[in-house]
Design a protein. Structure first.
Length: 258
């Protein structure tokens, strides 16, 4: 296993991940958490320095930049950075951005100051050593600052495979299937990630399951009637409660550095 670079499928990634109902659910839940974190940082009275590590198109950080804050967006993929720059320019936010084309593991070589907030969303599951990368990102946050971390959930991956009938695949330990280019290489066990965050000097303030229901709704006969808006409301209502939180396909955590 090695770190994944999205240069070869950057456009497909952008369309399939962000331009979908699944992407809308993800953006909505994460932004609710980010808004709470920004309140802790008193962002209406302070111009924050934000790191978007492995930021892709910068969908979340653009909302933060739109509130007047400065963002350093780092990504290994030059193609993703091109798409991000185009999106940021379209939003009229270029003056708030600095760009780094490098792996997150090399961040310390390019940053000359710690940041108030670091975003690390949907990156670890594509890396050979996720813990090392997470610790590198967390080290860039100043005391009192916030880390926003989202990762592909191992428990959700097990459950999805089970209800789809992929029982032998689960029993085999769910080896990565290379034919699914947009499926992460592995899920992370939430308890491990929580421990890594806390051992890096952070206190976890909030957790949310991302798509705790939508990914498990099958296309079956005799199902009840519902709309995409209904599904989003259900996610918002229960995504921060157990056991639904731990069933999310992704889990978002935000924490404050002690």
């Amino acid at each position: 296993m090695q770190d994944r670079n999205f240069d070869d499928i950057a456009h497909k990634f952008a369309k399939n991940i962000y331009g979908s109902e699944k992407g809308e659910i993800r953006q909505t839940i994460v932004w609710e958490d980010i808004t709470a974190a920004l309140t802790v940082l008193d962002d209406t009275n302070t111009r924050l320095k934000v790191l978007d590590a492995g930021g892709g198109l910068g969908q979340v950080s653009q909302k933060i930049a739109g509130r007047g804050h400065d963002v350093t967006l780092c990504d290994l993929s030059g193609e993703m950075l091109k798409l991000a720059k185009a999106s940021v320019e379209k939003s009229g936010l270029l003056e708030h951005y600095r760009w780094l084309n490098c792996p997150v593991q090399e961040l310390e070589q390019h940053l000359d100051h710690q940041v108030d907030m670091a975003l690390f969303h949907a990156v670890m599951e594509w890396l050979a050593d996720p813990r090392l990368a997470l610790e590198t990102v967390l080290a860039q946050v100043k005391p009192g600052g916030v880390a926003s971390v989202m990762f592909y959930n191992h428990h959700g991956l097990v459950f999805k495979n089970a209800i789809c009938g992929n029982i032998p695949h689960v029993l085999e330990g769910m080896p990565h299937r290379k034919r699914f280019k947009l499926q992460p290489q592995k899920g992370l066990v939430p308890e491990d990630v929580y421990k890594w965050i806390e051992e890096s000097g952070f206190t976890i303030q909030g957790k949310s399951g991302i798509r705790s229901f939508s990914d498990y709704i099958g296309n079956r006969q005799y199902m009840g009637d519902y709309s995409a808006e209904d599904v989003l409301k259900l996610e918002q209502m229960l995504c921060r409660q157990e056991p639904y939180l731990s069933m999310g396909r992704y889990i978002h955590v935000w924490a404050v550095k002690r």
